[in-house]
Design a binder for this molecule. Structure first.
Ligand code: ADP
Ligand code: MG
Length: 691
């Protein structure tokens, strides 16, 4: 197969008119339109136009050739073929003896990068880059380190009299200066073959003469120069003049030119600063040393270009960023709010339990007196298999006194199971036992606030006495602080006494419990327990429904389910907004690609491979989304902080934040890929002709 080392060996060589030609075209034709290369014949395509009708042409290394012809005669088309920017429709192109048709896109990019330097009539500089950066473009794709690149660009521009314009943008330069920048760029990678298409066409005569002098000097210094012009006066400055008319070569003074051996017609330049010795060059992709840029430099370069583009299009970038920011921030906030709500319900469930039911008596709907819940009823319920425990409760505000201090407190009389039923711990001392309950022991356990009322500043209230109603009770424990999550009742502000002692000493008038807390054996059995209890009581009460069962557990479970679906809804909405952000990225990327078609063409002419272009645009998309994601993250945290300050339960989760950020970047990559691929697949000639 073709070795680029072979190709390389002679493109730097000196004039070898007698050796094999560097460039050899045979029967080259170029057609536009119709069923062209690779395209299917669509009905509405214009008929094919043949622009070049069988060109035979040999050019040797070191020659200075002018191709002259009227406008529309096919000169530019020929130049694009010579420079491997386009492929012939028919005929063969041998470069240094190798058939160019056998090279793939990457190899052609390599050839453009290493062998050719292009100078265009319209300069084709990247508008957003400085002179120095424009000159460096080909070296970027050759993988030259940045410092070396900048130094060489400065040396070249200095050599061309542009030392004080290194950091000017093209718009700040005159036409002649821009053309000198583009010549410097053509020389950046060595410029073994300079292809200049009407280089003086847009210049005033003085600048044009300067550019021509430069080209003559380059030819004299050993570069192969192919100059394309419609101007015979300009063409006459070359050693060999080829005339093209209507796509055919009609004159060629190659014979005379070959006799010109001495190149003393112009003062030979002091040696142009050359690249450090190039490594042995191989066809890209076939060996490891493909001469391309390394991944890291490439991404750095792409990031810099992206950043510049984003700064130049601030409004548009800002709007795209806004889309992503809103997307990311809303995902984070919505998930945090959803999680906050869920955790609050969970906390309530922790307080009240998912297995709890409330049993009370009431007048039956059919009329008649309210029922009585007898101790026998409760015992019968307690032995049901789906029931874990039965806890009768009597509670009322009662005057509680200690010395001169007195206060109305809710006195909660229940069995020793109260802490277990309410998932509650004793903070100090202990709770009373079942035996103490049976024995009517006058013991009291204090809620946190109740303790503060009576024993503020006292380290140990245990053993002290309280008068509840008119009976003395001994303090044996203090419950842990329950805080705000204890639901409607303020459990912290209660005192707890054994059920039997309460009935005997405080609530003597009470014939039955105020209500009974019934615990199902498990949360899955709540409904079964409720049904069983209902059936049992109905039977025991002679068919009269003079009792009521409140199922807090079922209500909570339903609420949890509702919250869960609400969280999912919120998440979905947020995901949609992320998607919209992603589409925004795609939209902007597509616009960017369209706007920068010319730039893509310039980069391709300078030797960028498809993957370089792909990487550049993907980097841009990623940068936008990474920035948007980061700002969105911050915005989400700020909004969440505001919500927390406003009392909305909000719980941030690192995984949600990482997920939102990751999704944003992934969306950018996914939606950025299509435009990036579009850019990478552009035909170099088509891209160069772009707006
Ligand atoms: P020159 O550079 O000598 O002025 P060109 O090579 O640019 O001429 O163009 C030669 C002819 O080919 C012109 O008639 C032009 O209209 C035609 N042509 C050039 N490019 C295209 C294209 N992409 N599609 C169709 N026709 C084209
Ligand atoms: Mg032209």
């Amino acid at each position: 197969m073709v070795s680029t080392a072979d190709i390389d060996s002679s493109i730097t060589g000196t004039n070898s008119a007698n050796g094999p030609p560097l460039i050899s075209l045979r029967g080259v034709r170029k057609r536009y339109g119709g069923a062209g290369r690779g395209s299917a014949a669509h009905g509405n395509q214009p008929p094919a136009v043949e622009v070049l009708h069988g060109i035979d042409l040999d050019i040797h290394a070191g020659e200075f050739v002018a191709i002259v012809g009227a406008s529309g005669s096919g000169k530019s088309t020929l130049m694009h073929l010579l420079g491997c920017l386009d492929r012939p429709s028919a005929g063969t192109y041998h470069f240094n003896g190798h058939d160019v048709a056998s090279l793939d896109a990457d190899a052609l990019a390599w050839l453009r990068r290493e062998a050719f330097g292009f100078v265009f009539q319209g300069y084709h500089l990247v508008a957003t880059d400085s002179a120095s950066e424009n000159v460096q473009v080909p070296a970027v794709y050759a993988g030259l380190p940045e410092a070396g690149r900048a130094a060489r660009a400065a040396a070249l521009l200095t050599r061309l009299g542009m030392e004080d314009k290194l950091h000017h943008r093209p718009s700040q330069l005159s036409g002649g200066q821009q053309q000198r920048v583009s010549i410097a760029r053509a020389l950046m990678n060595g410029g073994r073959i300079i292809l200049a298409d009407e280089p003086t066409g847009a210049l005033d005569s003085k600048s044009g003469a300067q550019v021509m002098a430069l080209l003559r000097e380059l030819a004299a210094a050993g570069h192969t120069v192919i100059l394309i012009t419609h101007d015979r006066g300009v063409a006459a400055q070359a050693r060999r003049v080829i005339e093209i008319r209507d796509g055919c070569i009609v004159a060629d003074n190659a014979g005379e030119a070959a006799q010109v051996t001495a190149r003393s017609d112009t003062a030979v330049l002091p040696a142009l600063p050359m690249l450090p010795a190039l490594p042995a060059l191989q066809i890209p992709g076939r060996t490891h040393a493909d001469g391309g840029a390394t991944l890291l430099t490439d991404i750095r370069e792409a990031a810099r270009t992206a950043w510049r583009g984003m700064r130049l299009n601030r409004v548009r970038t800002g709007l795209t960023l806004l889309g992503i920011i809103i997307g990311v921030a809303s995902v984070i906030v919505m998930l945090a709010v959803g999680e906050g709500a869920r955790q609050r319900v969970m906390a309530q469930m922790g307080t009240l339990g998912t297995t709890i039911m409330y049993l009370g008596s009431r007048p039956p709907p059919t009329g008649g007196p309210a029922g009585q819940l007898t101790p026998e009823d409760l015992e019968a319920i307690a032995v049901l298999p789906s029931i874990h425990s039965v806890m009768p409760v009597i509670g009322d505000p009662i005057t509680v006194r200690r010395g001169n201090a007195e206060r109305q407190l809710y006195v909660f009389a229940a069995s020793e199971e109260m802490p277990a039923v309410h998932h509650w711990q004793v903070a100090q001392g202990r709770y009373y036992t079942a035996a103490e309950d049976r024995n009517l022991a006058p013991l009291v356990v204090l809620g946190h606030k109740a303790r503060e009322h009576f024993f503020a500043g006292m380290a140990n209230p245990l053993g002290q006495q309280l008068l509840i109603g008119n009976s003395p009770f001994e303090v044996i424990g203090v419950m842990a602080e329950r805080g705000a999550d204890s639901g409607a009742q303020d459990y912290d502000n209660m005192v707890f006494i054994p059920y039997q002692a309460g009935r005997a000493r405080v609530y003597q008038a009470q014939t039955q419990p105020d209500y009974v807390v019934v615990q199902a054996a498990s949360s899955a059995q709540v409904h079964a327990a409720e049904a069983a209890m209902h059936a049992l009581l109905l039977a025991r009460h002679g068919g009269r429904e003079d009792f009521s069962i409140g199922n807090a557990a079922a209500r909570l479970q339903a609420e949890v389910a509702t919250r869960r679906s609400m969280s999912m809804m919120l998440g979905l909405i947020a995901a949609v907004s992320l998607l919209v952000g992603g589409i925004g990225v795609m939209n902007v990327m597509l616009m960017t690609v369209r706007e920068r078609t010319r730039e893509i063409g310039i980069r391709m002419a300078a030797g960028a491979r498809q993957r370089d272009i792909l990487r550049q645009f993907l980097t841009e998309a990623t940068m936008v989304t990474v920035m948007g994601g980061a700002v969105g993250l911050a915005a989400g945290l700020l909004v969440g902080a505001a919500l927390i300050a406003a009392g909305v339960p909000t719980v941030f989760s690192v995984s949600a934040m990482a997920g939102a950020f990751g999704c944003a970047v992934a969306t950018g990559l996914v939606f950025g890929y299509m435009p990036a691929r579009t850019a990478a697949r552009l035909d170099p000639v088509v891209a160069l002709a772009g707006e």
